[in-house]
Design a protein around this ligand. Structure first.
Ligand SMILES: Cc1cc2nc3c(=O)[nH]c(=O)nc-3n(C[C@H](O)[C@H](O)[C@H](O)COP(=O)(O)OP(=O)(O)OC[C@H]3O[C@@H](n4cnc5c(N)ncnc54)[C@H](O)[C@@H]3O)c2cc1C
Length: 382
């Protein structure tokens, strides 16, 4: 190791939920340093999520990772957080007549993967969410055990736990160079130098940029912008009893968020990695789609924002060592599920890094290394 560089066993790039949770798990097995480009952790996608946990969300791999995360999020270790991480918020997926088949297909796959879903009649759906436009819903499915997540408390819990176990987070440290030197990595951030046996790429939308710095073949990561808005509910409405409303084709979702309602048009606009901003069209679409499905009047938009959800071709996360770069570990592609899958993904990463295999509890969900590997066929790396 060159003189003057700070050494650790594991160096994690990025302090969003992926990097923070992986660092928390890795600290049990050696020294950990997290480098974050921004002045605050969670400043990019993690701080911009809609904060829900829905077991039936995403593909089978994602659903398994969400289930693997659930017990930790529900009952984290003592001292992790003074606030509950999860709060009850059932989800209600609704289908118009033309969407019924899609709802049926998705439900079948989700139930096969272990999600707990119940079919409800349109009348029951309208009772659960009294602003649904009469006649809009032809079929509906409820996930009674869906939850909202306190993302700030979760991120802070992982970082507090990391520090308590002796790990460190350095902010304002944008990694600008990665070089393999013998059996270790040399990492530079401007003038600062770090050395580590293992580097974990948890750079979110910048995951491919960091991979490129290390000389890795691309995994095909695509950042897609998603927009969200909040607006006032109708006066006197008891929104806390409402479910999180999901359209069967992901045309929009709507959920209570504090005293406001949060909605998204589920846009997926390709973007460079950047500090994402909402565009007016997506904001207008959010309002329009909510108004078509409900009797809500979305006139006074309180907040609008956008974040980048990053996917690879098969929409499963990429968790594993690069096949050609020893000690370079990918933890990217968390798409729209990185918060709900965080604990399972972090334990998966730690297991693969330390033992070279998935922890037993993760394997029990039906997942195997190949589902997540950066070398898997679906990514067609060239
Ligand atoms: C509108 C919206 C709604 C969502 N809703 C949900 C939801 O309900 N439930 C759910 O589970 N997920 C949801 N998601 C997805 C979730 O937010 C993401 O999957 C998750 O936050 C990704 O975390 P991350 O740590 O990979 O990325 P990020 O949070 O973006 O963290 C990556 C970090 O890496 C840093 N970085 C980048 N390059 C470098 C470098 N060179 N050196 C050092 N640091 C670097 C960045 O500054 C950043 O802080 C939503 C996302 C959006 C946008």
């Amino acid at each position: 190791m060159p003189r003057g560089s700070e050494q650790s066993d594991f160096l994690v790039i990025g302090a969003g939920i992926a990097g923070a949770s992986a660092a928390y798990e890795l600290q049990r097995f050696g020294s950990v340093r997290v480098l974050e480009a921004e002045p605050q952790p969670g400043a990019h996608t993690t701080g911009r999520s809609a904060a829900f946990l829905v077991e039936s969300y995403g593909n089978t791999t994602v659903q398994r990772l969400t289930r693997a995360s659930r017990s930790f999020l529900e009952d984290p270790p003592d001292g992790f957080s003074s606030l509950p991480i999860l709060k009850p918020r059932p989800s209600l997926t609704i289908a118009r007549p033309d969407q019924c088949q899609r709802l049926q297909d998705h439900t079948k796959l989700a139930v096969e993967a272990g999600a707990r879903l119940e079919s409800v009649t349109p009348e029951v759906a309208e009772k659960l969410c009294p602003v649904l436009r009469p006649g809009h819903v032809a079929a509906a499915m409820i996930e009674p055990h869906a939850r909202s997540i306190d993302v700030a408390a979760l991120l802070e819990g992982f970082l507090r736990g990391l520090r308590a176990r002796g790990g460190c987070l350095e902010k304002n440290r944008r990694v600008s160079g990665l070089r393999r030197d013998g059996d270790a990595w040399q990492v530079s951030c401007g003038e600062a130098r770090y050395g580590a046996k293992v580097v974990v790429d948890a750079a979110g939308a910048w995951g491919e940029v960091v991979g490129h710095l290390a000389g890795a073949r691309p995994v095909g990561l695509r950042p897609l912008r998603r927009t969200a808005i909040t607006f006032d509910p109708p006066a006197g409405a008891d929104i806390q009893s409402w479910p999180c409303l999901l359209d069967a084709d992901e045309e929009f979702y709507l959920k209570p968020e504090g005293a406001q309602l949060l909605a998204s048009p589920c846009d997926e606009t390709p973007s460079e990695p950047c500090d994402a901003h909402p565009d007016d069209l997506a904001v207008a679409r959010a309002a329009d789609r909510v108004q078509r499905a409900t009797t809500l009047d979305v006139r006074h938009i309180r907040r609008r924002w956008a974040g980048l959800r990053s996917f690879v071709a098969d929409r499963s996360p990429v968790i594993g060592f690069d096949g050609a770069l020893p000690g370079f570990f990918w933890l990217v592609g968390q798409g729209g599920f990185g918060i709900m899958t965080s604990s399972g993904a972090a334990r998966t990463a730690a297991g693969l890094i330390v033992d070279g295999k998935l922890p037993a509890a993760i394997r029990e969900t039906g997942l195997c290394e190949a589902d997540l590997s950066p070398e898997r066929e679906a990514l067609r790396r060239t």
